[in-house]
Design a protein around this ligand. Sequence first.
Ligand code: BTN
Length: 245
Amino acid sequence: LFKKVIVLSSIDSTADFLARDWKKLAGVGRVCIAEHQSAGRGRKGRPWISPFGANLYFSVGVELPLGLSALGGLSLAVGISLCRTLNRFADNQVKIKWPNDLLVDDKKLAGILVEASGDTTDNSFLNIGVGINWNMQLDQGEAIDQPWVNLKDYVPDTLSRNQILESILIELDKALREYLQGGFTKIVDAWPELSAMYRRAVTIHLPKGLVQGKEVGIESNGALRLETENGIQIFHSGEVSLRKR
Ligand code: BTN
């Protein structure tokens, strides 16, 4: 799916770089990798701290024959692909926090930002941005509002950032193709072993308040299942966030 790879030493945001020339290169899958971002973006409009040379920052832009309504599941499929790839190197220590944060020991290792435009049924442009903490110094990550870890501390010393990125892209390409062919059932089945919060007590933060419960899996469209005192409730991503209690 990825036909063109652009490597930059510095950019405002790899996501914005790809978004700017969507039209010119519509239909051509592209990857943009940068060593530094001056305006890296996280979910919910938060900044993504992106010091030079310390981490991995990249975005993948693809046009897929999928409507926007299929994207909740796709964003999980991306998270699961990344989690599995990193687990090959990191001895299965990487887990997913729904919808697509990657954690080790409950601390943030990587974040994924999926942005899309298109129509609800047939077609969409996807902009998948991934930031992975690799070897960030404590002072560089000081402003991060939650505990975090570096991937380098969990993989063999001989492994390079480039080798990891190569594997991630190969596997992501496969995962997207599989998803297009309806391979989501496998993802639902894999969830319990990969989820950082499976069967744990969590709180869902909605714009209007909180819901407490126990995470009990995902639906085939990627929505989260929570066992609450009022029975099973289903949550879609978007403005929802999940925290451990
Ligand atoms: C999150 O909030 O967890 C998602 C973080 C996503 C960060 C990546 S870094 C590469 C790409 N460019 C951006 O500006 N953001 C994403």
